[in-house]
Design a protein. Sequence first.
Length: 190
Amino acid sequence: MSSAEKLKKYSEAEYLDLERRAKEKSEFYKGEIFAMAGATHSHNIITVNLIVLLSAKLTGKGCRPYGSDMRLYISGQQYYTYPDVMVVCGTPELLGDHFDTIVNPTFICEVLSPSTSFYDSENKFTFYRSIPSLHEYWTVSSFEYRLQKFLRQRDNSWLLTETVNSTDEITLSCFDTTLAMNDIYKDVRL
């Protein structure tokens, strides 16, 4: 992208048109487009492990996990992004008629890399908290055993629980099930 293109403000329709034709994914925030970084080997393994585990645990519960190719739109923020993992319970609410953008996730997980750790933990979570359907947000480190679970409370505050032990089990509160840290980090070298 040239420097002139970086300075240009885009409409949401322009972004979506460009994004649907692009070879690489980009995020959109209030008229600006940002290229997304590639993922490491550990990041990819953790993401796939989570999707496989969630698929097995959610069978018959009316919930479906999605990987990072499914776009998320947060309307109040004018923000489009691609979470590493998200789960929608019930009927997916899709933006428009292209069937490629979700607006009602119940659960989101971002796998942290050293370069994206702050952005995913702080900035993205600020946006994610404004999604009415979101009940639980996880960050999973790809460079150490560390999982942070944020659970929405009745008063709309968020409760943080952190796990750093590889032998712990983590409760997915919104699905009434658990995942083992060893399964999440299976085949990952730390």
